[in-house]
Design a protein around this ligand. Structure first.
Ligand SMILES: NC(=O)c1ccc[n+]([C@@H]2O[C@H](COP(=O)([O-])OP(=O)(O)OC[C@H]3O[C@@H](n4cnc5c(N)ncnc54)[C@H](OP(=O)(O)O)[C@@H]3O)[C@@H](O)[C@H]2O)c1
Length: 392
């Protein structure tokens, strides 16, 4: 495993961090974590050099922190930095910040949290919590020894990112970045800006929620033209590791073979090591994806639960897959034949609760209905090429 100095702090962090947002689950309910598997997986990561485990109050319906806490028993706690995130939107008063933090300490069953993030900030929420005194709360939490390194994650423009960066003495920021998203949200500009200030940058969605891991044939053929052969995941992670400002890349892994592959890749990557030819190839693939992607959804699940029971991430994923693989018929088959009637996009009641929570700003209520119309009109499946039976 490669390690990098954590910005201005005096410790090194593994280039691969374990993201506990997509732990193995039992059945289709994301709040039903398969604890035994999840604990084994997290410990396997740590035994193989991962020293950064990231969770959040809201992941897996509030159970991720509990399972991470259990995984870190038996001497594992001392080997890692724990990073978790404050659901600021649940704080209606100044006192609520500390109450939430205390719940998180209790769930994780630890005396302190290493990296403590204000979760998924955007301009509106940032303005609201600044007014509520969140920065004073962070100072106090550090003084009381409940947290060590203040940080934030963000889904908004570069301008908002810059404003947040300039407002406090942050140790780390967590931004969404992969070769497709380099110009959206904080983007490369934000990465460089935080890097200049010696703030450690952590990355979420390095594989765009898994989408970049399984390229369609045409994109795989493009990758295969390179002299140095890499898997699609290898290209995605090497692209990020190439930036010296990036200190830890979080991937939400739920399979040991994925974990092992990611450990291997990030044990072999160095910063500033990709050639111009390789960077040009990545740029070419980026353009190929951008021509195909219908919705910038990464299946993070922040939009759920839907009051009308629409399975939003699942539908948006099918819709994307249809366009990326140029095979709408296969996805329509799954939608029409396998998805429960009450989970379909036609049930959307336009309450837009999901849109308030979507980090990508997707107009979900429009798109789930659009997908429903497009899928429902397909009744002849004879041209279907492939289908994915993994409904989750
Ligand atoms: N996404 C967000 O909006 C968000 C927000 C805040 C924080 N975070 C944090 O950042 C972490 C990382 O984000 P992310 O989970 O979106 O990361 P990601 O690496 O982009 O996506 C993870 C998914 O990629 C697939 N994958 C991972 N390694 C693979 C491999 N070697 N081969 C094939 N597929 C592979 C798996 O998909 P399958 O499960 O489909 O196989 C996995 O669930 C989260 O766990 C969380 O801690 C994320």
């Amino acid at each position: 495993m490669k390690y990098r100095k954590f910005g201005r702090e005096h410790f090194d962090v593994s280039l691969l961090g374990f993201g506990a947002m997509r732990l193995p689950i039992i059945g289709n309910d994301t709040s039903e974590i398969d604890e035994e598997k999840a604990i084994k997986l997290i410990r396997h990561a740590i035994n193989n050099g991962v020293n950064f485990v990231d969770t959040a109050y809201v992941y897996h319906g509030g159970k991720s922190e509990i399972v991470v806490g259990k995984a870190l028993k038996d001497g594992f706690r001392e080997k890692v930095k724990i990073s978790t995130k404050l659901p600021t939107w649940l704080a209606k008063s100044y006192e609520d910040f500390e109450k939430l933090l205390d719940t998180q300490l209790e769930r994780l069953d630890v005396d302190y949290i290493d990296v403590f993030l204000l979760h998924a900030l955007n301009k509106k929420e940032w303005d609201r919590i600044k007014e509520l005194g969140v920065l004073k709360f962070l100072d106090e939490a550090i003084e009381k020894g409940k947290i060590k390194y203040p940080a934030f994650s963000m889904h908004d423009s570069f301008e908002v990112f810059k404003d947040i960066v300039d407002s406090y003495d942050w140790s780390m920021c967590l931004i969404q970045l992969n070769y497709i998203d380099e110009d959206s949200q904080a983007g490369i500009k934000g990465l460089k800006y935080a890097g200049q200030k010696n703030i450690a940058v952590a990355i979420m969605e390095p594989l765009k929620g898994g989408l970049l891991a399984n390229p369609p044939k045409e994109i795989q053929e493009e990758w295969d033209t390179a002299d140095t052969k890499r898997s699609a995941v290898g290209w995605s992670l090497s692209y990020l590791a190439n930036f010296p400002e990036i200190k830890v890349i979080l991937s939400g892994m739920n399979r040991v073979d994925h974990l092992d592959e990611n450990i291997k890749i990030l044990s072999e990557c160095d910063s500033n090591s990709l050639s111009e030819l390789e960077l040009n190839l990545i740029n070419k693939v980026k353009n190929m994806y951008n021509e195909r992607i219908k919705v910038p959804c990464s299946k993070c699940g922040y939009c759920m639960p839907c009051p009308a029971k629409v399975n939003i991430p699942y539908i948006l994923n099918l819709y994307n897959m249809g366009y990326i693989y140029n095979d709408i018929t296969s996805q329509a088959y799954i939608y029409n034949k396998m998805l429960q009637e009450d989970s379909k996009g036609s049930n959307c009641v336009d309450c837009k609760k999901c849109e308030e929570k979507c980090p990508q700003g997707i107009k979900i209520s429009e798109i789930v209905k659009e997908a429903d119309r497009e899928f429902s009109k397909i009744t002849d499946f004879s041209t279907m090429r492939w289908y994915n039976t993994n409904i989750n």
